[in-house]
Design a protein around this ligand. Structure first.
Ligand SMILES: C[S@@+](CC[C@H](N)C(=O)[O-])C[C@H]1O[C@@H](n2cnc3c(N)ncnc32)[C@H](O)[C@@H]1O
Length: 198
């Protein structure tokens, strides 16, 4: 799979990945990681977990991917075509404020995303998904209907999902991702968190 550090990309095979993961029992995957700030903060806060930030767009990852935490890796890939090297490894998935095709796949229940995701998970893996009103509006959905649709698609795919938990602008401001900060100060700070396990 393709990994990135600064402007340089490298191919990482399964054997080398397994060697890097050897001392970690829990692996977090941050899908649609953006500039990678959340993945960085998560890796820094939980040195016993290995964190993989994944995004299809490499340009935003330059700054955070230069950092040298031993438990952090950034991968360039589409969420609908997750690298086979991740198969069966991930115990915790985060998806923070998705937009574009990542949000589109959540809204349509795209099997390329949902089955692909399942294939990289361990049994009992946990999910935290945060959705925001502006992205859902851009995708043509009201906030309430969009959240309900995504939740229903996740449940159909086998996830046990709790009731949505609203995030207010204070929560967004305190949340360690760059997009959360933009939303907290923006015109449409509506957001919710969906949490569950499979
Ligand atoms: C609004 S940004 C949020 C970034 C980050 N999670 C945060 O909270 O700051 C949405 C991200 O989803 C990524 N994305 C959209 N579709 C994707 C896909 N199909 N596969 C991987 N990443 C995708 C975009 O490139 C973008 O970085």
């Amino acid at each position: 799979m393709e990994t990135i550090r600064g402007k340089m990309s490298h191919t990482l095979d399964s054997t080398t990945l397994q060697a890097r993961l050897a001392n970690y029992s829990a692996i977090t995957l941050d899908l649609g990681t953006g500039d990678g700030k959340f993945a960085f903060c998560h890796a820094e806060s939980f040195p016993g977990r290995f964190v993989i930030g994944l995004d299809s767009c490499r340009e935003n990852l330059r700054e955070f991917s230069r950092t040298k935490l031993p438990n952090l890796l950034y991968v360039i890939a589409s969420a609908q075509a997750l690298p086979k090297e991740l198969s069966g490894l991930v115990s915790y998935v985060t998806i923070n404020f998705p937009w574009g095709s990542l949000l589109g796949s959540l809204l349509t229940g795209d099997p390329l995303l949902l089955c692909g995701l399942e294939s990289v998970l361990t049994t009992g893996a946990k999910l935290d998904l945060r959705l925001n009103g502006g992205a859902l509006a851009e995708a043509g959905w009201t906030f309430e209907d969009g959240v309900a649709q995504v939740r229903e698609n996740l449940v159909r795919a086998g996830w046990r999902i709790n009731q949505p938990a609203p995030m207010d602008s204070h929560d967004l401001h305190a949340f360690p991702s760059s997009w959360a900060k933009r939303l907290a100060f923006g015109r449409d700070p509506r957001a919710i968190q969906l949490s569950g396990c499979i």
